[in-house]
Design a binder for this molecule. Structure first.
Ligand code: FAI
Length: 509
């Protein structure tokens, strides 16, 4: 008689599966909790103790770890010596293994979990059986996911288990146990950069395509998920997010996280903020962000850190946007925005800190891992290095510009005034070009008279200070640290503008 061993933590679909196996003439063998469920459904089931000749022991730490189980799983059916050996020892082959594991991921996600509780949720017997069955997948079918039960039964019924199909089931087992072990390793380790970096992710969504239509792509969510993440946002309305949408929306979330002290709106295109507005009301903040660059925002992402009201929704409705992200929407605001079929409306609590974890980027043949840039400067970090002292208003604008410039691709320059970005110079290989672009865009804005400028990194020469001072900028903040800092300070003094050092560089590539 063929035998199926069932030992599952997640009992979803278990009875239906076992019923089908029973109808297909499999002898059912089970461990304690699984057996109880099957017996309650009046299915004939053999306790694992009868196979091993041992009781389940050590609080369930040892139940199935026995040669009578693993011999039955690992014996090669095509090798007469293997079959003779198991026969000699009274071991019966096992043909199907249905196992899912102790819920380690769910356990460590609980805020009050103790270390001891987590350790007890490390499954040993389950992965061992799965691995044995998957190694011997030529003869044994391992089933690890309740979602696969119907397909497995169909295949068993219709003789559909070709070598390729069996291999797929085996691959799934090793993906599953590898991810499971990776979580355990990450839970236990205190190292940020261990010798072997094992990260595990679960498919979030198959994307229509990648950055371009000829590139395929899929999004994965970390098995140690973060609350403040675009992948945690609720999609209330609109079509699926694309690869570029996800990246832009992620960038937008990172920007607004630095502006939570007041109602703020960030508009974003191609990973750079197009406009940032801060004010006493959300509508005013939107108005500032929109007017910061009312051209680039078309087809962009908007993130707001307060509930969206009708007035703001009506203003946003007038233009073509791809995505809006907000902590909530009033009913009227949602109705207004949802009139557009394709516009994505996402909901996510915005006033949350970014987790102090590492970001990963890929290079050909590897990845680079680094701490996130969670440093934001405030007035206390600033050192005035020029003779001219910035006014209180200028200092506030410098802090705002400094926070914004951190999120712009290097070489990055922001021109800003009164809680509004006026010009963004992004991603130029030459810093002075970014200065020129930012000022050029800013000059046409009404608030330009009070404009200040921030740079993500030091000025290697005094040309940027000279250009800024002679084109209407009233104060500058930059990290300092160049061997030619004094040239920039001298130029600021010569031209009578305030220069402040922030001491932190914010390259963003
Ligand atoms: N210790 C063992 O020999 C062992 N064998 C199977 N398990 C796990 O026990 C669970 C099922 O237990 P139960 O049938 O008692 O509800 C499954 O998640 C299975 O992976 C084991 N538990 C932990 O390692």
């Amino acid at each position: 008689m063929k035998r199926a061993l069932l030992s599952v933590s997640d009992k979803t679909g278990l009875v239906e599966l076992a019923q089908s196996l029973h109808e297909l003439d499999y002898q059912l063998v089970s461990t304690g909790g699984t057996l109880k469920v099957l017996a309650a459904a009046n299915l004939p089931v053999t306790p694992i103790d009868e196979i091993t000749g041992f009781p389940e022991m050590l609080d369930g730490r040892v139940k199935t770890l026995h040669p009578n189980v693993h011999g039955g799983l690992l014996a090669r059916r095509d090798l007469p010596e293997h079959m003779a050996t198991i026969k000699e020892h009274g071991i019966e082959p096992i043909d199907v293994v249905v196992v899912n594991l102790y819920p380690f991921k769910e356990t460590i996600a609980k805020p009050d979990v103790t270390f001891a509780q987590a350790i007890e949720q490390i499954d040993i017997g389950g992965p061992s059986m799965l691995r044995s069955a998957a190694k011997n997948h030529a003869a044994v079918l391992p089933i690890v996911d309740p979602a696969d039960y119907p397909q497995a039964i169909e295949l068993l019924k219709n003789d559909g288990l070709t070598p390729a199909v069996r291999r797929q089931f085996a691959a799934k087992v090793f993906q599953h146990t590898a991810a499971y072990d990776s979580l355990i390793a990450n839970y236990l380790t205190t190292e940020t950069y261990p010798e072997n970096l094992t990260l595990s992710f679960t498919k979030y969504d198959a994307l229509r395509y990648g950055e371009n239509a000829h590139q395929s792509a899929t999004a994965y969510v970390s098995d140690q998920p973060e609350n403040y993440s675009i992948l945690a946002a609720e999609v209330l309305h609109g079509k699926k997010l694309s690869y570029n949408n996800l990246r832009d929306a992620d960038a937008a979330l990172r920007v607004i996280a630095d502006f939570n002290n007041k109602p703020t709106v960030v508009t974003l295109k191609h990973m750079n903020p197009a406009g940032i507005g801060q004010a006493d009301t959300l509508f005013e903040a939107w108005d500032k962000a929109f007017k910061a660059d009312d051209i680039s925002i078309f087809g962009g992402v908007v993130v707001l850190n307060r509930e969206v009201d009708l007035e703001t929704a009506q203003a946003m409705h007038k233009i073509f946007l791809e995505i809006i992200i907000a902590p909530s929407y009033t009913e009227e605001a949602f109705t207004e925005l949802a009139k557009k079929k394709n516009l994505r409306l996402l909901q996510l609590p915005i006033n949350q800190p970014i987790a102090a974890k590492q970001d990963v980027v890929s290079v050909l043949g590897g990845i680079l891992v680094q701490d996130r840039d969670l440093v934001t400067e405030d007035l206390a970090d600033f050192k005035v290095v020029s003779e001219a002292q910035p006014t209180k208003v200028q200092l506030e604008a410098l802090v705002f510009a400094q926070k914004a410039v951190k999120h712009v691709k290097s070489n990055a320059i922001i021109v800003a005034a009164n809680g509004q970005t006026l010009g963004v110079g992004a991603g130029q290989p030459n810093r002075i070009d970014s200065v020129k672009i930012a000022i050029d865009h800013a000059q046409v804005k009404p608030a330009f008279g009070e404009a200040v400028l921030a740079s993500d990194a030091f000025f290697p020469m005094n040309d940027s200070v000279e250009y800024a001072a002679t084109h209407g900028i009233t104060a500058i903040v930059e990290p300092g640290g160049s061997i030619k800092d004094q040239d920039s300070i001298d130029k600021a003094n010569e031209l009578g503008i305030a220069l402040v050092f922030s001491n932190n560089r914010h390259f963003k590539h």
